[in-house]
Design a protein around this ligand. Structure first.
Ligand code: DX5
Ligand code: ZN
Length: 228
């Protein structure tokens, strides 16, 4: 799943798709040239919303050709990591805010042969990642407060991405940076210029009349930063 630095990856977040037709949403994202399917798991405790669990991820895995990048917005990820790995997640992202034993959890994810990501909320300082940066495959930077799609990108996230890029360099980490929340064509280039490898987008894809075209639009906007 490692992206080339000269090509931005687009992760289609199905949170904004029609939940009665998730298979069709994935097919559309694949047709549009998305690189990953981003799956938002919410438990009603860590975030004020409830979405999907392992059985749905297993069903998505049966129809998806693209890797499933699963974002666990749940209070007790350790308890559910085996089930999500078994369901077919290619990468599991856990939130730094809920894990007193983050290092153990990251190693636990890897024992299933699954990539491990760490997600960080807008209000959490970058320093929280310092001692784990070298051990993760991805840093998932939340550019909105998690729980809902369709929110506005928090402007400060841009400098946070820069700081995380610098941290990864210092720690000689090969982790990729994903940015999640409020990503749209108008801010894609600046997010990539700040250091993002992967743009996660829900509303900017599935909230548009032609989601496949929307992926092209997002990539074109993002590529402006790569080219410059
Ligand atoms: C928010 C989720 C995001 C969400 C982004 O809690 O983690 O993945 O789908 O949605 P948009 O792109 O609509 O901001
Ligand atoms: Zn997400």
């Amino acid at each position: 799943m490692t992206p080339r630095r000269d090509r931005v990856q687009i992760a289609a977040s199905i949170l904004a798709a029609d939940f009665a037709a998730l298979g069709a949403a994935i097919a559309t994202a694949e047709r549009g040239g998305a690189d990953l399917i981003h799956v938002d798991v919410m438990d009603g405790h860590f975030v004020p919303n409830i979405t999907i669990g392992p059985p749905v991820v297993a069903a998505l895995k049966r129809v998806a050709r693209l890797p499933l990048d699963v974002h666990l917005m749940i209070e007790d990820p350790d308890r559910y990591i085996p089930a999500f790995a078994e369901a077919g997640a290619a990468r599991l992202n856990v939130h730094v805010e809920v894990l007193p034993h983050l290092h153990r959890t990251i190693q636990f994810i890897k024992t299933f042969g699954v990539e491990a990501g760490v997600a960080i909320n807008p209000g959490t300082p970058v320093g929280a990642l310092e001692d784990i940066a070298a051990d993760v495959d991805q840093v998932l930077v939340m550019s909105v407060n998690p729980g809902f799609g369709g929110q506005t990108f928090i402007a400060r996230s841009e400098s946070k991405v820069r700081a995380i890029r610098e941290l990864l360099r210092r720690e000689q980490s090969r982790a990729v940076i994903s940015v999640d929340g409020g990503v749209e064509p108008h801010n894609a280039a600046q997010i990539v210029a700040a250091g993002a490898d992967i743009l996660v987008a829900g509303t900017a894809i599935f909230g548009r009349p032609d989601p496949a075209q929307a992926i092209h639009d997002l990539r074109a906007a993002a590529s402006a930063a790569v080219a410059s």
